[in-house]
Design a protein around this ligand. Sequence first.
Ligand SMILES: Nc1ncnc2c1ncn2[C@@H]1O[C@H](COP(=O)(O)OP(=O)(O)OP(=O)(O)O)[C@@H](O)[C@H]1O
Ligand SMILES: [Mg+2]
Length: 354
Amino acid sequence: MENPFKYGTIVDADYFTDRIDEVKYISQFVNSANHLILISPRRFGKSSVVAKAVKQSGRKSITINLQQVTSVADFSAKLLREFFKVHPMERMRHLISHFRIIPTISTNPLTGSIDVGFQPGVDGSVLLEDVMELIEKGHSEEDRIIVVLDEFQEILDLAPRLDKKMRAIMQEQKHINYILLGSQESMMTEIFERKKSPFYHFGEMMRLNKLPRDIFHDFLSDRLKNCFKTSSDELADYILDYTNNHPYYSQQLAATIWNIGTLQPETEDVFHAAIEHIVTTHGHDYERLWMNINRTSKWILQRLAKKGVLQTGEYPTSTIYSALKRLQKDGYVIYSDSYEIEDPFFKEWILKGV
Ligand SMILES: Nc1ncnc2c1ncn2[C@@H]1O[C@H](COP(=O)(O)OP(=O)(O)OP(=O)(O)O)[C@@H](O)[C@H]1O
Ligand SMILES: [Mg+2]
């Protein structure tokens, strides 16, 4: 039997639960002339919910993860390659002839996949402009394409003033719905909410929360049924208490519990065995991570792990505040109702050391 839980990649079908209202909300956007910006802490399910809504819309779409892009030229090549996945190249030939820099396009005869390249050293922003124009021209107001740019905050690092250039192009376009996703809360708000930013108020800002407890509980419990002596309802509660409802970590813990329970059914306390297994597996990563943060940050993480208060007089409030912001920016700490350590297994590892 296959593990009924999945974590780390985009989930769909049996691995996906709820998000009904969110999918509706996103669909309504792609059916209007507006753009959408979706923000949440890491691994809350942004990519999955957007993929679902886009698929349901039945519209043509292109998705690029900017974290996997190495330069503006590479970004242009990836956009063009994705564009050719939804449009036969033959029909676009006349539009490409207007390109100021002609790409080399080759088809892999075995897989049928298309590869796009540009000469090294070309001006990336010229390419990007041409490719973005091609996408616009290949569509109409009745047949808009959806362009999803995941980890959008990366454009700030890709090239100087790229945000300004892109915005200038995007504001002229009428045949594209953009969905811009990002996980680094502070950078994303910087891009879309700072008055001087070129993307200021570019679209509607949507924040994705964790999954509702009762629905996620039933999702976990259903899939853990008939596996263990411990009741699956109880296990689901343990999991969600432990991860504080976090979508990714709950699926990770459930998958590990399921594995141990299936492979070693004699395990006494499968819940704690699973936690121990995950913490041990990631021990090296946690150590490396710990070595690379400063003393104030270590102190904060230890206090948060023990649910202690941060205002103790041990460090000045301003020092704590800036370290906390940094930890949040780097994704170690998230804020939902209060500040918490993002990874419950890292928290467990920290607690072992204090
Ligand atoms: N609707 C859902 N139902 C069940 N599990 C989910 C759901 N959404 C997300 N998850 C869990 O969270 C994991 C991360 O989801 P996803 O990659 O969509 O999140 P993300 O916010 O895009 O993450 P990242 O910050 O890494 O880009 C999934 O692999 C899955 O385990
Ligand atoms: Mg994602």
